[in-house]
Ligand binder design. Structure first.
Ligand code: PMP
Length: 292
């Protein structure tokens, strides 16, 4: 089946995906020198768009890139990408790089200014009605002393290697520990455990401060479930009543096996189930509705 040639935004212009190109001298290509976002559109609703834009601008500030658009202009550009592509259900990837210029880390003054790209994709949420298998991988999450994990930067190599290690092991989720040995997050999702009716998740220090993570914490609190940020070890994962991950594409997904340990009863637990449903509903409502 031929894929639809969606329109991609590059520096204010729209190009069909097959002809949407940036320079080989772009810093995001040459050095991974950029930041990005991943945003979901569910039934024409851009979920938590403002939160994604805020995180994008925080990431850019931390790598000292001034995005030459106001947040409002960025918001309008993203909405325009969704509208022009009639993207009722899909995924949007805004990406800001430091820009194009001569090779050489030091030659930043010669760059032409940031490259702004907004890529749409037709993708459905990965909702699943069964638990996933997981493994704690050997790759550790890059610590804040090296590159703050809250910066959603174009340097995803350690996540990619963690993903490869997980796939080689024949499981569906790779869980990274931080450099102290505490549970951090999955390759592209945050992680939670449930014990005695309460939910625990790592502090947003050695992990990306996920938009879905925040939404789930809020939805749980609204449902009267206590949410606690805490350091956790392997022990907490293996002995949890329930384990689940959260992310823009994963939504809320249950994990029922970690390494050789079966989690809880081995099937999706009641709190995970409740939050899967609540998040699914929220994704259709909370954010910006593009179509009438
Ligand atoms: N951690 C990492 C490393 C990620 O790449 C993602 C995906 N953006 C997440 C967590 C989940 O964050 P969000 O809920 O904002 O998609």
């Amino acid at each position: 089946m031929k894929r639809k040639d969606l329109l991609v935004y590059i520096n204010g212009e729209f190009y069909p995906e097959s002809n949407a190109k940036i320079s080989v001298l772009d810093r995001a290509f040459v050095y991974g020198d950029g930041v990005f976002e991943g945003i979901i559109v569910v039934e024409g609703n851009i979920f938590e768009l403002d939160q994604h834009i805020d995180r994008l601008y925080r990431s850019a500030k931390m790598i000292r890139v001034n995005i030459p658009l106001t947040k409002q202009q960025m918001k309008e550009a993203i909405i325009e990408v969704v509208r022009r592509n009639e993207l009722k259900n899909g995924y949007i990837r805004p990406l800001i790089s430091r820009g194009e210029g001569p090779l050489g880390l030091e030659r930043m003054a010669e760059l032409k200014g940031p490259t702004i790209v907004i890529i749409p994709q037709i993708r459905e949420m990965m909702y699943r009605d069964r638990g996933l298998t997981a493994k704690i991988v050997t790759i550790r999450r890059i610590p804040p002393e090296c590159l703050d994990p809250r910066i959603k930067s174009c340097n995803y190599l350690s996540n990619v290697l963690a993903k490869i290690e997980q796939k080689d092991a024949g499981v569906e989720v790779g869980i990274m520990l931080d450099t102290h040995g505490y549970v951090a997050e999955a390759c592209a999702e945050n992680i939670f455990i449930v014990r005695d009716g309460m939910i625990y998740t790592p502090y947003p220090i050695h992990v990306l401060d996920g938009i879905t993570r925040r939404a789930v914490m809020r939805l749980a609190t609204e449902a009267g479930i206590r949410v606690i940020e805490a350091n956790m070890t392997k022990y907490d994962l293996y002995t949890a009543d329930e384990v689940f991950i959260t992310g823009t594409l994963a939504g809320v997904a249950a994990i029922t096996k970690v390494d050789n340990w079966t989690i809880g009863t081995g099937s999706i637990g009641p709190i995970t189930k409740k939050l899967m449903q609540a998040t699914k509903e929220a994704m259709k409502k909370e954010g910006v509705k593009v179509f009438d």
